[in-house]
Design a protein around this ligand. Structure first.
Ligand code: F6R
Length: 630
C-alpha cells in the first residue's frame, strides 16, 4: 500500500540529495502498489514548503519535476499513494499542506475520526481541497504547530506531531516537514509501518528498509505508538506523550540494493521465480547443529515451552495461507497434534478456542499485513504464544510476536508472491520437524531423512526451471484466450491447486477456481464443458497409490466431458502421459516435498499468460504488495 520515505541532512548543505533520496526511495517502494506520488521539501530560508504531486506512475511525477525543477533542500518526504479515502487523482495525492503552507504531510493508513476532525476545523474556518483524511491531518497539524509557536515563541514540530497523533483514531504512519525547522523530519506510527535508516550525517525514514537500503543498511525498528524525529546528526524516539524511548532495536539489513533490482530479467516476478532454489537453500541455512539436529534457538521460545504445545493454529492471508495449508499436512503427520489453518481476517471474529498451550503461527512475507497482525494481537491477548514466519526484518508482525523464524527469500518485489511461498513452506517444515524433535514424536533418523529431502529440493526446483519452461510457455500461449480455468488437487496438491489458481487470477485476470479434486462430483463438474482447461496436480504413485489413482480417475471424468487437461505429474507417470493433454513434469520427490516443485510451473504459467496478454505482471491492477489496512 502507500510507500513512505523521509530524509534529513545537515542544514549546512542545501542540495539536491533530499529530492534524489525521496524519488529513489519511492522507486524502490513502487512494488507496494500505488496510484499517485508526491514529494515535499524544506530548506532554510524557504517561505513555504516546496511540493509536487501527480496521479499515476512515479514517472509522471519525475517528468513533471524535470520540466519544472524543484529547489535544493535539507530535508524531504516522499509518498506513493494507494487510494483508500478519495479517488486517485492529483488533488488527493500526497503531500497535503497546512493552511499556511508551512507544513507538508504524508500518511499511510485510514483515519477513522477524520470526518469529526474536519467538521471541527471547518467550523474554525479551515477549507479543504481534497476528499482525503490526510488533508484533515495536515490542517490539524498546522493548527497545533501554530498554537505551539504562539504559546512558546518557537516551533516544535516533534511536539506538534505527537499532539496530533494523540487525537487520531484508526491506523496511521505520518511524516511531516516544517519550513520553520528545515533540518528535521518527524514521524509517528500507530498500526502502520515505519522504520528508521541510520546514516552518517544523514538519516532516513521508510515504510520498509527498501526505501533507504541504497544509502544505508543500518536500521532501527520503531514500536507501536512511537514518534521519531530525525535530523542529519540525531534520531530521537519518544512515545506519543513525549517520554524518551531508549531501547529501540537496531538491525543490519541482510540484502543490498541490487537484490531489489530486476538484474536483467523481464520482470521481478520472473526473477523471483528463478530465485526459488536459493530462497529454499537460504531458508535452510544455519538451522542445524554439528550433529545435523535442528537448532532453532533464534526463535526465542524455550524447548520446554514447545514441548507443551498441544495445538497449532496457522493464521495468514492469500498465498501465505496456502503455504500454511501445505504445512498442516506435514506437521500433523510428523508431530501428531492438530493444526488448524485460518484466514487471519476470519480468525478473531469467530471467538477461537485458545489456551496457553496453543501455538499461533502467523505467516507473512511482508510482516505488515494488517489482518494477520490483528489476528496475532487477539491470540496474544488470550494468552497464546505467537511465532511469526516472516520474510521482512524490522516489520511489525515479528516485532509483535513472541518468536520469529525468518524466511531468507530476499526482497520480494513483484506483487504476486512466489519465492516467499516456497520459503514459507520450508520454514513451516523446519518448525514441524523441530517440534517432532523436542516432543520425540519421530525417530532422529527419520527427522534427518526429511531434512535431507528438504536439502535436495533447491536442485529439484532448478531442474523444473531448466526443463519445463518451454512446455509451460507453449501451453500458456495456446490457452491465452481461455475464459476460465479450474485447478484440482488432493492432499498437499489441494493447496497447491488453490495457489496456482490465485496466481493466474491475480496477474492474468482470468477467472479461476482451485479446489479439492474430491469435490469435483459434489458440484464443480457442472462447469466442465468441451475445451474447459483444467490443471490437475497428480500425486506420485510411489506415495499413496490410492491418492494417485483417485486423481487419475478425476482426470478421466473431466476428459470424458471434453476438458483440456494439464497435469503436473512425476516424471515417468504413465497415467498422466496417457490421459493429460499437456504434462508439466516434476522430478521424483517425497509427497510432502512435492508442493515445492509443483507450484513452480504454475507460477510460470501465470507469468507467461499475463505476458502473452500484454499485462504488467509485477503490478497487477487494484492490488498492493503489502496490505496494511483491514
Ligand atoms: C498473492 C499474494 C497475497 C499475499 C497476502 C499476504 O500473490 O501475494 O495473497 O500472500 O496478501 O501477504 P503477506 O505474506 O505479506 O502477509
Amino acid at each position: 500500500m502507500c510507500g513512505i520515505v523521509g530524509y534529513a541532512s545537515s542544514t549546512q548543505t542545501v542540495c539536491g540529495k533530499p529530492l534524489e533520496v525521496c524519488l529513489q526511495g519511492l522507486g524502490r517502494l513502487e512494488y507496494r502498489g500505488y496510484d499517485s506520488a508526491g514529494v515535499a521539501l524544506v530548506a532554510p530560508g524557504m517561505k513555504s514548503v516546496a511540493w509536487r504531486k501527480k496521479s499515476g506512475r512515479l514517472s509522471n511525477l519525475v517528468q513533471d519535476i524535470e520540466a519544472q525543477p524543484m529547489p535544493d533542500a535539507t530535508a524531504g518526504i516522499g509518498h506513493t499513494r494507494w487510494a483508500t479515502n478519495g479517488e486517485p487523482n492529483d488533488v488527493n495525492a500526497h503531500p497535503h499542506i497546512s493552511q499556511d503552507g508551512n507544513i507538508g504531510l504524508i500518511h499511510n493508513g485510514i483515519i477513522e475520526n477524520a470526518a469529526q476532525l474536519k467538521f471541527d476545523l471547518q467550523a474554525e474556518g479551515y477549507t479543504f481541497a481534497s476528499s482525503t483524511d490526510t488533508e484533515v491531518v495536515a490542517k490539524l497539524l498546522g493548527k497545533i504547530a501554530n498554537e505551539i509557536v504562539e504559546s512558546t515563541g518557537s516551533p516544535d514540530l516533534f511536539k506538534a506531531v505527537r499532539r496530533t497523533a494523540r487525537m487520531l483514531t484508526g491506523a496511521f504512519t505520518i511524516l511531516a516537514v516544517d519550513v520553520r525547522q528545515p533540518g528535521i523530519v518527524v514521524g509517528a506510527r500507530h498500526d502502520s509501518p515505519l522504520v528508521v535508516g541510520l546514516g552518517e550525517g544523514e538519516n532516513f525514514l521508510g515504510s520498509d528498509v527498501a526505501a533507504f537500503v541504497a544509502y544505508t543498511k543500518e536500521a532501527m525498528e520503531l514500536g507501536q505508538d512511537e514518534a521519531v524525529c530525525i535530523s542529519g546528526s540525531q534520531v530521537e524516539v519518544t512515545d506519543f506523550d513525549g517520554n524518551q524511548v531508549t531501547d529501540s532495536k537496531r538491525f543490519t539489513v541482510t540484502w543490498d540494493a541490487s537484490a531489489a533490482q530486476k538484474g536483467g530479467w523481464d520482470s521481478y516476478m520472473d526473477k523471483e521465480i528463478h530465485e526459488e532454489p536459493t530462497a529454499v537453500a537460504d531458508t535452510l541455512l544455519g538451522r542445524f547443529d554439528a550433529n545435523g539436529d535442528l537448532n532453532l534457538d533464534e526463535v526465542r521460545i524455550a524447548p520446554e515451552t514447545f514441548r507443551q504445545i498441544d495445538k497449532i493454529i496457522i493464521v495468514a492471508c492469500g498465498t501465505a495461507s496456502y503455504a500454511g495449508l501445505v504445512a498442516k499436512y506435514a506437521i500433523e503427520h510428523w508431530v501428531r497434534i492438530p493444526v488448524e489453518v485460518e484466514l487471519a481476517h476470519e480468525f478473531r471474529y469467530r471467538d477461537p478456542i485458545l489456551t496457553p498451550r496453543t501455538l499461533i503461527v502467523a505467516i507473512s512475507q511482508s510482516g505488515e499485513t494488517m489482518d494477520t497482525l490483528m489476528a496475532l494481537r487477539h491470540a496474544r491477548e488470550q494468552g497464546s504464544q505467537v511465532l511469526a514466519i516472516c520474510n521482512t526484518q524490522g516489520s511489525t508482525i515479528p516485532r509483535e510476536s513472541d518468536a520469529v523464524l525468518y524466511t531468507h527469500a530476499g526482497p520480494e518485489i513483484a506483487v504476486a508472491s512466489t519465492k516467499a511461498f516456497v520459503a514459507q513452506i520450508v520454514a513451516s517444515y523446519l518448525l514441524g520437524l523441530y517440534l517432532a524433535q523436542v516432543k520425540g514424536t519421530m525417530f532422529r533418523d527419520e527427522i534427518h531423512q526429511h531434512v535431507d529431502s528438504l536439502k535436495a529440493m533447491p536442485q529439484k526446483i532448478q531442474q523444473v526451471l531448466d526443463t519445463q519452461t518451454e512446455t509451460v510457455a507453449r501451453a500458456a500461449k495456446s490457452l491465452v484466450n481461455a475464459k476460465s480455468f479450474l485447478f484440482l488437487g488432493r492432499h498437499v496438491g489441494y493447496p497447491v491447486a488453490m495457489e496456482g489458481a490465485l496466481k493466474l487470477k491475480e496477474i492474468a485476470y482470468t477467472f479461476t477456481e482451485g479446489f479439492a479434486a474430491g469435490e469435483l462430483k459434489h458440484g464443480p463438474i457442472a462447469l466442465v464443458e468441451p475445451g474447459e482447461p483444467i490443471v490437475v496436480i497428480v500425486p506420485s504413485s510411489r506415495g499413496r497409490d490410492l491418492l494417485h489413482n483417485k486423481v487419475i480417475s478425476a482426470i478421466e471424468e473431466v476428459k470424458a466431458r471434453g476438458a483440456f487437461v494439464i497435469a503436473v505429474a512425476e516424471e515417468g507417470d504413465p497415467d498422466a502421459e496417457r490421459y493429460a493433454d499437456v504434462v508439466f513434469w516434476r522430478p521424483a520427490c517425497p509427497t510432502l516435498m512435492s508442493p515445492l516443485v509443483d507450484v513452480v510451473p504454475l507460477q510460470l504459467f501465470a507469468l507467461d499468460m499475463a505476458k502473452d496478454k500484454g499485462l504488467d505482471v509485477d503490478k497487477p491492477r487494484n492490488l498492493a504488495k503489502s496490505v496494511t489496512v483491514e
